[in-house]
Write a protein that binds this ligand. Structure first.
Ligand SMILES: Cc1cc2nc3c(=O)[nH]c(=O)nc-3n(C[C@H](O)[C@H](O)[C@H](O)COP(=O)(O)OP(=O)(O)OC[C@H]3O[C@@H](n4cnc5c(N)ncnc54)[C@H](O)[C@@H]3O)c2cc1C
Length: 347
């Protein structure tokens, strides 16, 4: 059997600020990391929820925005060549015969390592799914909850469902390349930026986008490929709309997702850890950042950074008991400076 699995020292689930800083601490010890995140870019809550808001409690940074902090973390970890698996959820975890872990993502990418670090924050942001009959038959081929490559929709008949920013933004972006685009929304009002809404209404007025007020009730097609959707309009009529791809944008919810099935000791939505090592109750699995819980836990970025440092030392000793650990100060330890690619300081 061909083994396509990527092999590394540490797999970090979650590329929020804490997962990113774990790459740095692991890198100082000479460990290589792969990160998996459901989002399409690193940064977690900082970039997803408050990129432009100022943060005032990062040590020695009197003020830094969420996006700046993440940009600087990315720069700080750049010497360590971490591999990012974005746009995918960490799904299945199994222990192998050599005691290493094998992680499979929702895009069927496989990574193996002796150390798993769960830095999943509040959980992954996952799309709310509509309740259409036969939904799962079409999900693989014809229904997308996120746009990964716009070119996929070139010359296609598209139906977008929703009335928020995502739905209307994607109407504006995909309309120029789609063969035909219809927006289905259950009412006249929208929850989108006024300018976006105005541009959408202009496209409808120009006949470039069709707007159907109602609810999708029927999916029609064969072998998972849609040909049309049946919509019950708010006037009580039933209309059939041509559709090769259906894109429901009905908002996101935060969920711990598959991690909840990995047999860890959970305290509601948090993973309980030993606060001296940040080890979970399963050997080789560690947890840091907002998702972990222990007495005196404070959910802050700075505590997550501390947890990352302590965890990396503990995980190194667990996974590589025979290897010498290069500990010391970045100011004076030449082995660490070589890893960072910086010139050793003058004596
Ligand atoms: C509005 C707001 C303001 C804030 N202000 C401050 C502040 O001033 N100071 C401060 O210290 N903190 C602040 N916080 C809190 C801070 O953002 C969090 O403490 C921090 O983001 C936690 O980092 P994390 O890396 O643990 O988790 P997160 O930032 O939540 O990142 C976790 C990542 O894991 C991913 N993920 C989860 N599960 C999976 C899975 N199964 N597969 C793949 N990916 C997964 C998620 O997509 C996410 O990207 C604020 C939070 C908010 C919402």
């Amino acid at each position: 059997m061909k083994d396509d699995a990527a092999k590394t020292d540490m797999i970090i689930v979650g590329a929020g600020p804490v997962g990113l800083f774990a790459v740095f601490e692991a890198g100082l010890l000479g460990l290589k990391c792969h990160l998996v995140d459901n989002l399409d870019r690193p940064g977690g809550q900082c970039t997803e929820l408050y990129p432009e808001k100022p943060i005032y409690d990062i040590p020695a940074r009197p003020m830094v925005t969420g996006q700046q902090l993440v940009d600087d973390l990315m720069q700080q970890i750049s010497p360590f060549d971490a591999v990012f698996h974005l746009n995918q959820q960490a799904r299945d975890l199994e222990r192998m015969d050599n005691n290493h872990w094998r992680l499979t993502t929702s895009r069927d990418e496989v990574i193996e390592a002796p150390i798993i670090v769960i830095a999943a924050g509040a959980g992954s942001f996952v799309p709310k799914k509509p309740r259409y009959p036969d939904l799962e038959i079409y999900e693989e081929k014809s229904i997308d909850y996120a746009v990964h490559k716009m070119a996929k929709y070139e010359g296609k008949e598209l139906v977008i469902v929703g009335g928020g920013d995502s739905a209307l933004d994607w109407v504006l972006s995909l309309q120029p390349l789609a063969k035909k685009l219809t927006l289905v929304h259950r009412r006249e009002g929208f929850r989108a930026a006024p300018d976006t809404e105005a541009q959408f209404k202009q496209l409808v007025a120009e006949g470039k986008v069709d707007f159907v007020m109602g609810n999708v009730k029927q999916l029609n097609g064969s072998d998972g490929q849609l040909s049309s959707v049946g919509v019950e309009t708010t006037d009580g009529e039933f209309v059939e709309v041509d559709c090769e791809y259906l894109l429901p944008f009905m908002g996101l919810k935060i969920s711990l997702g598959p991690i909840a099935e990995w047999g860890l000791n959970l305290d509601r939505k948090h993973i309980q850890v030993d606060m001296t090592t940040f080890a979970t109750d399963v050997e080789g699995i560690y947890s840091i950042g907002d998702v972990c819980s222990y007495p005196s836990k404070i959910k802050l970025i700075l505590t997550g950074f501390y947890e990352a440092a302590v965890m990396c030392h503990a995980a190194f000793k667990y996974a590589f008991p025979d290897r010498k650990m290069a500990t010391g100060y970045t100011t004076t330890n030449t082995a660490i400076q070589e890893r960072l690619g910086v010139t050793p300081t003058e004596k």
